[in-house]
Design a protein around this ligand. Structure first.
Ligand SMILES: Nc1ncnc2c1ncn2[C@@H]1O[C@H](COP(=O)(O)OP(=O)(O)OP(=O)(O)O)[C@@H](O)[C@H]1O
Length: 256
């Protein structure tokens, strides 16, 4: 395996007296989907927010393409090509797809908004992701289905020359067919060369699209394994007890 796109070493994060992340190591490779799994409260969101610059890390190293970087805020993270699609999607219902994709980062031609360029870039991005479910980029977001909204949020994230896209439970609120479409899109992002992190509680989704699985247990990285090397039940064990056979945590922290 080449140099990881993102590598975290020895990450610690506390909120007051509560240590939420302990000595966490995490690697994400370009062209791969890495599933980030763990029980409620394991620390997945906190880890992702540290990667995205929303929470400062207390200690540890953050490397992009092998070089240490300092990420203090979301803008720093974006400058390194990191984009996060949160569960609430942060889309504005009263705006259309183009307006949403460029919200806060509008392109201008002189003093006025460069609508033709933004429209063209939005179309190109959706076409590049082989998205055919959206009829017009001038459609209001309020008129879109849950799956289409997720697609727009993902397209918005890849519009900015991103290298790493982190998706927080993208299929949580979707039906079967829409879940399938979103999973196909997730796979396509990686096949286009992006590094993708997928937070998911759904083992079927994890096994359907991921190349690797990183399992957090009580704020510690229990294991990071190739998906093809493990079974569903091993991953469930890693999630629930931090250990499965030879895999996982050994000393305190593991229930086994
Ligand atoms: N801002 C905060 N202040 C204090 N404690 C926090 C804060 N954010 C998270 N925590 C605590 O950190 C732990 C990990 O939470 P986190 O949300 O990262 O877990 P998670 O794995 O994403 O869980 P879920 O699957 O339920 O979203 C929890 O015990 C939570 O209560």
């Amino acid at each position: 395996m080449g140099t990881p796109l993102l590598e975290l070493r020895g990450i610690n994060k506390s909120f007051g007296p509560v240590q939420v992340l302990r000595d966490v190591a995490f690697q994400v490779h370009p062209g791969e989907v890495t599933a980030l799994v763990g029980d409620n409260g394991a620390g997945k969101s906190t880890l992702v927010k540290c990667i995205g610059g929303i929470y400062p890390i207390d200690s540890g190293e953050y490397l992009m393409e092998g070089k240490q970087v300092h990420v203090h805020n979301p803008r720093d993270a974006a400058s390194h090509g990191v984009e996060i699609v949160y569960q609430d999607l942060a889309l504005c219902d009263n705006l259309d797809i183009v307006q949403n994709m460029f919200l806060g980062r509008e392109k201008k031609s002189g003093m006025v908004l460069d609508e033709p360029t933004m429209e063209q870039l939005a179309q190109q991005t959706l076409a590049g992701l082989s998205v055919r479910t959206v009829k017009s980029v001038r459609q209001q977001v309020s008129s879109l289905s849950g799956g289409q909204r997720q697609t727009v949020a993902i397209a918005k994230a890849v519009l900015w020359n991103s290298k790493l896209v982190i998706l927080d439970e993208p299929t949580a609120a979707l039906g079967v067919a829409q879940t399938q479409q979103v999973l196909e899109l997730v796979r396509r992002l990686a096949d286009n060369g992006l590094a993708v992190v997928l937070i998911s509680h759904n083992m079927n989704d994890v096994f359907a699209v991921s190349d690797r699985i990183a399992a957090l247990y009580l704020g510690r990285m229990a294991a990071q394994v190739k998906t093809s090397d493990v079974t569903h039940s091993q991953v469930v064990e890693l999630i629930t007890s931090g250990r499965s056979g030879q895999l996982g945590l050994v000393e305190e922290g593991a229930a086994a």
